[in-house]
Design a protein around this ligand. Structure first.
Ligand SMILES: Cc1cc2nc3c(=O)[nH]c(=O)nc-3n(C[C@H](O)[C@H](O)[C@H](O)COP(=O)(O)OP(=O)(O)OC[C@H]3O[C@@H](n4cnc5c(N)ncnc54)[C@H](O)[C@@H]3O)c2cc1C
Length: 386
């Protein structure tokens, strides 16, 4: 039976896990190496990415989690807290080439078959959906519009859930890098940070891109890659952007304070250590933003976020047969997935009964299969074999 848990990491995944465990009456200690949300969860694009997900079972997992964001906000408000990290906004997409348009159309048809609301639209609709966007930036014959999309304020999500966890008794400790796991005959019985030992029935590894290092402390290898991304924010705009705009060159979404948040896959390709860097990535990102949204004239700041990306694209969730007591919960698209994965993991940890929904995501599965998740394929420039 689980009565004490140590959660390593206070990003969106660790925060959501600590919240659910504390809610179940577990005595929870959260240990984070940095200050509040220092990790990927504060350098992310954080939109609902359900539309990019394959295979169908993984799409459904994302869809359920996106719905849970709404329920979680209501739950927190009903408990007297404040919530407001979820921002509904339409998502507008188009391609630059015929091939890109074909890919978008095929995805739209697949999503329609899966009951996911999305439609094609005349490019003229861009003027009402995203009035500040330069109409000349779209030469495609049609747009794809997801009317029920959303973006998330990920640092606010993590803060809100950590506050709720603390109100339920969780002990949240920043500046507490875990440097060792407490091992007893191969079983993980806690973690050590700053020379202090924290004993627990389970250690939950929510260290995001650093989850592999934590697993190594127990002699376990995680099939996890780190993929960096440059995230830029505009200065405040007089006419705020109201839609999420996704193009092959740059993606934009509204951000708090009437700003706009931007990422670009072509710019991210320049961040890999082996790539040539003809223009500084920040300048490249800004010129792409300004070409799409002329009011985006300056970057108020940029950050490099590191995506924790499992080798086959699907989340890593569950115990390790070789290291009982250690439970891993890490994934890319973690902002979308945090509410559901944390709920299912907490259920598994508190009942000691495997949750069937998590069966495809065990950390010790064979990840050498071809890429299964279309969002990973988009990232890698490959097509998914959905
Ligand atoms: C550019 C970019 C765009 C993205 N776009 C989206 C998107 O549109 N939609 C979406 O859903 N997701 C998106 N993601 C992915 C998403 O942001 C991540 O999956 C998510 O933030 C991961 O959260 P996490 O809590 O697992 O990790 P993190 O937020 O990194 O938290 C891990 C924490 O662990 C701590 N830690 C590490 N090592 C130790 C240690 N030894 N001891 C103690 N603490 C430690 C770190 O300090 C950190 O705070 C994007 C990511 C990037 C980089």
């Amino acid at each position: 039976m689980t009565t004490r848990a140590v959660v390593i990491g206070a990003g969106v995944i660790g925060a959501a896990t600590a919240h659910r465990l504390a809610e179940a009456g577990i005595s929870v200690t959260v240990l984070d190496a940095g200050g509040p949300t220092p990790g990927t969860s504060s350098a992310t694009f954080s939109i609902d990415v359900t539309h990019l997900k394959t295979p169908h079972s993984y799409f459904l997992l994302n869809q359920r989690s996106a719905a849970l964001h709404r329920e979680l906000e209501e739950e927190i408000r009903a408990a007297g807290g404040s919530a407001g990290w979820r921002h509904p906004a339409p998502l507008v997409q188009w391609g630059h080439t015929e091939e890109e348009q074909r890919t978008l159309r095929a995805r739209t048809e697949r999503l329609a078959g899966w009951g996911h609301p999305c439609r094609t639209a005349d490019p003229g609709e861009l003027r009402t959906l995203a009035p500040g966007v330069d109409p000349a930036a779209c030469r495609a014959p049609e747009l794809v519009v997801h009317d029920e999309a959303a973006w998330y304020d990920a640092p606010l999500l993590a803060r809100t859930l950590l506050d709720r966890a603390a109100a339920l008794g969780a002990d949240i400790r920043y500046d507490s890098p875990v440097t060792a796991l407490l091992l007893d005959g191969g079983r993980v019985r806690g973690a050590e940070a700053r020379g202090r030992r924290f004993e627990a029935d389970h250690v939950v590894n929510c260290a995001g891109p650093d989850a592999g290092r934590i697993a190594e402390l127990a002699g376990v290898r995680l099939p996890l890659r780190q993929i960096p991304g440059l995230v830029g924010e505009s200065t405040p705009l007089a006419d705020p952007l109201r839609a999420i705009v996704a193009t092959p060159g740059v993606d934009l979404r509204p951000a708090p304070g009437n700003r706009v948040c931007a990422i670009s896959w072509p710019v991210d390709a320049l961040l890999t250590p082996t790539a040539e860097t003809p223009v500084p990535p920040e300048a490249d990102l800004l010129s792409r933003c300004a070409a799409l949204l002329p009011a985006f004239r300056a970057l108020s700041g940029t950050r490099i976020g590191v995506r924790p990306v499992p080798e086959d694209g699907l989340p890593l969730v569950g115990p390790h047969p070789q290291a009982p007591g250690l439970y891993t919960l890490t994934t890319h698209s973690g902002v979308t997935l945090a509410p559901l994965l944390a709920t299912l993991a907490a259920q598994e940890l508190t009942t000691s009964t495997p949750v069937p929904d998590l069966a495809p995501y065990r950390p010790d599965r064979d990840t050498s299969q071809p890429i299964r998740d279309e969002s990973l394929a988009v990232m890698s420039g490959h097509r998914a074999d959905a």
